[in-house]
Design a protein around this ligand. Structure first.
Ligand SMILES: [Zn+2]
Length: 478
């Protein structure tokens, strides 16, 4: 069998995080009663006129700036004409000739740069809800008119893993920039995959197919793997690849031909006569640029350079914005970044796995986590007690210090009591002293452990070690 190269381009749709729709003032929100967020405008009733949402334009421009695009000073909205039951106007307002952003792209970890061709703004369509055979299919128009950014890459991607890495990085950028929520399970981010194969090393591109509306990374991977295999089998069998749009069925793990691929002229695009040309001044571009918050890559630099965290920690903490936000919130209360990072990466993320949420304060509030970390570092509490305290505080409104005190978890011995414990273990385990000249640290740790056990965790380990270091040399001399 010959070897083949994969050529993949992505078209990503992301719903823009505005309060209202893109051409009317209906609410932009998910999960409400069907057909409650609709007006004559987004239903396309005769006589209604679109009014462009400035925020949606700003957010698209902001996205473009985050991804290094060139922002078009003049941009035009066009009508893309087609009929489908979820599109009551029978046209979608979109952009073809003059989109808001051109160029740009994202770098993968390997250093490979995936170029973007463009980002444009358009309106989402409604949603078809397929019920039983007797009820038929229903239309929910709440989604119709929600602002949608379409980001189109160049065919620079050559594997499923590169596609997923690109999507993951893009998703993180949009979330950190605050322009989109990208909730893939709610359709907030969807991806179309354009795929063709060519003989390894050849510059001649093959015929491509398009798979539409993949809404999870797993689906993207499976669909790419399936389609690659299918195209190779067709070519090896001497058949031609037909340019077509294919529907991916995730349950069956197969794709089906939907329709032969249409070209843009099939849609009879023309400028929407109800909308003005959008002009964006250099000054407003600079203002939008200034409003870009810290992105994940900025936070990685901050965590590694300013807080000296390993890159591994920095990547895990910034993987989701809400985790990084929580870490930053905790760091306002203490200056122990590595200790905090350890607690978040181990204990908290473990709890999060079974209890998905979008704010780690719901698991344990920042004040309580910081209190545990500080008490532990100041040796006011032992490690096992700290772990137990953490478990008690999860999903509770209790306060760390109060619980630790009430449960007798704090190290509370006075100096005299501590000295008694130290003397007792030195007497009980006198044999261990013979190793002191050879391995003093080890012997100190051994006795500290015994004091902790005898005092049921009430001894301060630092003080215990100090006492041992004073006492042992004297005992040995005697
Ligand atoms: Zn509306």
């Amino acid at each position: 069998m010959k070897e083949y190269d994969l050529v993949i381009g992505l078209e990503i749709h992301a719903e823009v995080n505005t309060n209202t729709k893109v051409f009317c003032s209906c609410k932009n929100s998910f999960g409400e009663e069907p057909n409650t967020n609709c007006c004559p405008g987004c239903l396309g009733l005769p006589g209604s006129l679109p009014v462009l949402n400035k925020k949606a334009v700003e957010y698209t421009v902001k996205t473009g700036l985050c991804l290094g695009c060139e922002i078009s000073p003049l941009s035009v909205f066009e009508r893309k004409n087609y009929f489908y039951p979820d599109l009551s106007k029978a046209y979608q307002i979109s952009q073809l000739v003059k989109p808001l952003c051109l160029g740009g792209g994202l770098e993968l970890d390997s250093g490979k740069f995936i170029r973007l061709n463009r980002i444009h703004l358009e309106e989402d369509a409604g949603k078809l809800i397929h019920k039983t055979k007797t009820i038929g299919t229903l239309v929910d128009n709440n989604r119709g008119g929600i602002p949608l950014m379409e980001l189109v890459t160049e065919p620079d991607i050559s594997s499923a893993s590169e596609a997923v890495e690109f999507l993951d990085k893009l998703r993180r950028t949009l979330i950190y920039a605050g322009v989109a929520n990208c909730k893939m399970e709610q359709g907030g981010m969807r991806c179309d995959v354009n795929l063709s194969i060519k003989e390894k090393g050849s510059s001649k591109l093959g015929t491509r197919t398009e798979m539409k509306n993949l809404n999870s990374f797993k689906m993207v991977t499976r669909a790419i793997e399936y389609e690659t295999k299918r195209q190779i089998e067709e070519i090896e069998a001497g058949n031609k690849i037909i340019q077509q749009t294919r529907k991916w069925d995730d349950n069956k793990g197969k794709s089906y031909a939907m329709r032969s691929k249409e070209n843009s002229n099939d849609y009879r695009y023309f400028p929407d006569p109800d909308l003005l040309t959008v002009t964006i001044s250099k000054q407003s571009i600079e203002e939008i640029r200034k409003s870009i918050p810290e992105l994940a890559k900025d936070r990685i630099i901050k965590y590694t350079e300013q807080y000296n965290l390993p890159e591994y920690d920095a990547r895990i903490l910034t993987n989701e914005k809400f985790i990084s936000d929580y870490f930053d919130q905790c760091l306002k209360l203490t200056n122990r970044p590595k200790q905090l990072s350890n607690w978040i990466m181990t204990q908290i993320l473990k709890v999060l796995k079974d209890n998905p949420c979008e704010d780690l304060n719901e698991i344990i509030n920042a004040e309580n986590l910081v209190a545990i970390v500080d008490m532990l570092e100041q040796k006011e509490i032992t490690r096992p007690n700290a772990n137990e305290l953490f478990n008690i505080l999860c999903f509770s409104n209790l306060k760390a210090k109060a619980v630790a005190k009430e449960k007798g978890m704090l190290v509370t011995l006075n100096d005299e009591e501590l000295e008694n414990f130290v003397d007792e273990v030195l007497k009980n385990f006198a044999d261990a002293l013979k190793d002191y000249s050879r391995t003093p640290e080890k012997v100190i740790m051994f006795f500290t452990g015994k004091v902790m056990a005898l005092s049921k965790g009430q001894a301060n380990p630092l003080k215990t070690q100090g006492l041992l270091k004073n006492k042992i040399p004297n005992i040995i001399k005697e």
